[in-house]
Design a binder for this molecule. Structure first.
Ligand SMILES: [Zn+2]
Length: 169
């Protein structure tokens, strides 16, 4: 994780690619087009045929930061999972392990869906878990709910950024 300094989200549009003037620019948009082939200098994901993957970058690939690394760098999550409850405090390590395990699975298949940070309070009875994508947010929330029960509140809201999901137990 590592990037846990609380910081208000900064909305820098992508500086280097100032090509999006004229329509609403969302530098993190998942279907955003990049030159092909491209590779992300931060995570080494590669962009080919309109998709990011963990394939080896092609030789001569252009360097473009992927939308997930752009969110991590700017600290702008696409999804927030808020954990709370006594069970959380009593089983924190176990819950943390499941979150990381589930994230590893999801990001292996979906390079733009990543855990950003886990920020517990001092007593571990509440934690904020942030993600670069809504799919990952829902995926981790569902895994917790399936493994440990509890109460899951996971709205699918169109156009709400960031998505907010609550799990309590
Ligand atoms: Zn990247």
């Amino acid at each position: 994780m590592g990037r846990q300094t609380p910081h208000p989200p900064s909305h820098h549009p992508a500086r280097r690619e100032g090509l999006e003037a004229g329509h609403q620019a969302d530098p993190y948009r998942l279907n955003r087009k990049f030159e092909e082939p491209s590779a992300c200098p931060d995570c080494l994901a590669s962009y080919h045929k309109g998709h990011w993957s963990w394939d080896q970058p092609a030789t001569g690939a252009q360097q473009h930061r992927c939308p997930a690394c752009a969110r991590i760098r700017d600290r702008v999550p696409a999804g927030e999972l808020i954990l709370s409850g006594e069970f959380l405090a009593g089983h924190y390590e176990q819950i943390l392990a499941l979150i990381e395990h589930t994230d590893a699975h999801i990001r292996a298949e979906h390079p733009l869906e990543r855990l950003m940070a886990i920020q517990p309070d001092e007593s571990h009875s509440q934690a904020l878990v942030t993600f670069t994508g809504t799919h990952g947010t829902h995926g981790v929330a569902k895994a917790l709910h399936q493994a440990f029960g509890g109460e899951l509140e996971a709205p699918y809201l169109e156009g709400s950024t960031p998505l907010r999901v609550h799990w309590r137990r």
